[in-house]
Design a protein around this ligand. Sequence first.
Ligand code: HEC
Length: 173
Amino acid sequence: MLGNKAIKAALMVTLVTLSGLLPLQASADCKFVSTKDGSPLAIKAVDSDTPEAKQFIATCINPYTKKFAENKELANAGKKKFGYWSCTQCHGGNAGGQTGPSITDATWQYSKHVTDKGMFETIAGGSNGGMPTWHNQPAGNPELLSTDEILKIIGWLRVEYKGGGDTPWLNDK
Ligand code: HEC
């Protein structure tokens, strides 16, 4: 039987092929785009990546979101990173907002933030509205965050969400 992922992957390939954006033989990896200008955001799997990071880069699905939703204790790993990288300075200790916007309410700076891929793109590559570039690859700075660290932060932010309504990020399988 075909798994959900296989069906999704097949659909993706069909859509991409139909839209003529890519040649057939292109890899099926997740295509990240910059929140600044919609240009491609070059983030690739590297040897040091965790299996979760590699899975995300291949599928656009953050495995931590479901894991942390099922066991909220695990989300502390993401909260620690949020503090360690001083995201708290602009967004507050629990991401409820300070000089930067709240990340736990239903108001999104960009509508794509209801997907983990979209939120990842803004954290990884920054925005024109004051969000710095955090991922070590687009920033060209190995001292900055890895894919895995950003994914853990996103998993924690989803646990902290208090906005009610739909939670589309939990629908990803
Ligand atoms: C210098 C202040 C500053 C720091 C530090 C900062 N941010 Fe931001 N962040 C912002 C601003 C300002 C925005 C709004 C950007 C826009 O509208 O273009 C934002 C937007 C966001 C959003 C989208 C929020 C929404 O409601 O749609 C996320 C997610 C986010 N930041 C995560 C992080 C994470 C994770 C870190 C730490 C790695 C971080 N930020 C560090 C200023 C900051």
